[in-house]
Design a binder for this molecule. Structure first.
Ligand SMILES: [Zn+2]
Length: 60
């Protein structure tokens, strides 16, 4: 029996400490949003999105 038969991932090993893909910043408060950094458009954190929704709903 030999252990050399096992296929080991000898490729790129991600460094520990990364919590997933980079997220875009909120355009209002610069907090990390749920959108990826490659997202095209306005990125807002859930809180700011909610506030904007409230603001637009109450306008008038
Ligand atoms: Zn925000």
């Amino acid at each position: 029996m030999s252990d050399e038969g096992y296929c080991t991932a000898a490729g790129v090993s991600e460094p520990p400490g990364t919590d997933g893909p980079p997220f875009a910043e909120c355009v209002l408060c610069r907090e990390p949003t749920e959108y990826p950094e490659s997202y095209r458009g306005i990125t807002m954190c859930p809180r700011c999105e909610w506030q904007e929704a409230q603001r637009s709903a109450c306008s008038g």
